[in-house]
Design a protein. Structure first.
Length: 268
């Protein structure tokens, strides 16, 4: 890997290893991380539970993948993988950072589920042979790696021909999130510091990266302003001003400014 990209991966690693996704939703700091109470405390704020359309996608994909092998890239604390496991899919869960892997292992133990494997892996250089998996799932990850196209193509390499990539790209533009970030100087992931890389792309730019795949579904999601678990003046303005006002926009117009695009594509 080129030196510049290696340096980017290192800074992405350092950021996410100290900001495992989920900790920003903790409001009761007396709860011990890694306990059943901890996973239950943040669960309503994690993707499949906060966004019913993600759970519906997990449901739908699990029906096709029962007994088959799915790779999750960038598993965070493992909530998405957990839902696949509960539905009978064989899962290898990976993340760039050891702290995410440790939380995922603990989470699976608490839930009494068994993955094929849980370990660190870099999306840009996956430690798997060509044609290994029946599906690859990456939810809000590949835009944060430093080379989104390379990550999409690495996923393709590890898929069997006919295997499914289900990739949710959270940083669509133009979108309400992009506007808030750009003009409101608002952090996206964490209050105090954002990740070193969050690449915003148009739908056309995202789709152009799926060469060697047949794209079977494209969905714009998160077109309404989302709830935030933050306090303070800015958060109050968002919660009680901008959000209710914006959410009055007609569906068609709001969808133009959706902040996520999810692509399902089959390896040719
Ligand atoms: C926004 S979080 C999403 C976590 C999880 N998918 C979820 O929805 O809860 C982004 C995740 O991508 C991981 N990540 C970033 N770069 C990566 C890379 N090159 N390879 C694998 N994972 C990476 C981070 O460590 C982090 O856990």
């Amino acid at each position: 890997m080129e030196e510049d990209l290696q340096n980017t991966v290192q800074s992405v690693h350092d950021y996410w290893n100290s900001h495992t996704l989920g900790f920003q939703y903790v409001t009761d700091h007396s709860i011990e991380p890694g306990t059943p109470a901890f996973f239950a405390h943040i669960r309503p704020w994690m993707n499949p539970y906060k966004f019913p359309w993600i759970m519906a996608r997990i449901d739908q994909e699990s029906k096709l993948l029962k007994g088959k092998h799915l790779l999750e890239i960038g598993c965070g604390m493992g909530y998405d993988s957990l839902e696949f496991l509960k539905r009978g899919v064989r899962v290898t869960a990976t993340d760039l950072t050891p702290n995410a892997v440790a939380m995922t292992l603990r989470h699976f133990e608490v839930e009494g589920v068994q993955a094929e494997a849980v370990h660190t892996a870099n999306a840009l250089d996956l430690p798997f042979a060509d044609n290994t998996f029946d599906a690859v799932w990456a939810n809000g990850v590949l835009h944060a790696t430093g080379d989104t196209e390379r990550a999409i193509q690495e996923a393709r390499r590890t898929l069997k021909p006919g295997g499914r990539a289900i990739i949710s790209h959270f940083y669509r533009k133009p979108s309400w999130m992009w506007l808030l970030h750009r003009y409101g100087r608002e952090n996206i992931e964490y209050k105090e510091e954002d990740p070193p890389v969050n690449e915003f792309y148009t739908d056309a730019e995202v789709l152009a990266m799926f060469h060697g795949y047949q794209v079977v579904a494209v969905a714009r999601e998160h077109h309404r302003l989302l709830p935030v678990r933050r306090d303070g003046v800015k958060a109050a303005l968002y919660k009680y001003g901008l959000r209710p006002a914006y959410n009055l926009l007609p569906e068609g117009l709001a969808k133009k400014y959706a902040y996520k695009v999810s692509v399902t594509a089959v390896k040719l």
